[in-house]
Design a protein. Sequence first.
Length: 249
Amino acid sequence: MTAPKSDNPFGRLADPLVATVLAASWLLLLLRFRLAPEIDLAVAGWFFDAEACAASVAPNGRSCGGFLYSESGFFGLIREILHPLAAILGIVMLIVVAVDIRKGRRWRNPGIRMKVVLLATLILGPGLIVNGVLKAYWGRPRPRVTEDFGGTLPFVEAGSITDYCSANCSFVSGEAAAAGWLMCIALLFAVHRHRWAAIVVGAVSVFMAGLRVAFGAHYLSDAVLGFLMTVAIFSILAAISEARERRRA
């Protein structure tokens, strides 16, 4: 991915107003999901087959086989392919940055700033905030283990802190957050006028996040908020990066 002729490699994504709107949208969506929990239940219900659940044997009494997409070998394979994609791209990008630095390129280089902000977003968003804090301590049970979908645990609204789940919980989706990072790359492709690359990567990112809902692994709120959180973090870091560069110049 090459930097555009402008010194700002992020385009409007580095606009403080855009970053503010994205952050505010995340908070408003969280409030919306909390005030209307029926949205999560309804969307999860689209993918749940009560008859298949009743006919299956629930392992350890915690869940059943009602989410049929999670039982599909085809969609399971797609998920296994997409799951490590962000981590692999992050490692490749880290190597590219190391090579760039060895060649003498520094922060004033737009390409370096773009890659470093992407890496920082991946580490801070899906890495630290999502998997290190939210999924570890918020305790929201996944749909497939709740009473509404053949499990034994109660439904918990988005953002609520409970002790029903002790680790790797539902709020928010780590894979949707990683998919949001792919969307950041898609948006950069759009900024750099690589239209088809933006469309393909963007479609993959949305599909990746959607699979977690179809599998009964996350509610819609988990996927949407995880996805948007990463994009918002990226825009905030991009705005900080370009503000710092303007001050230096």
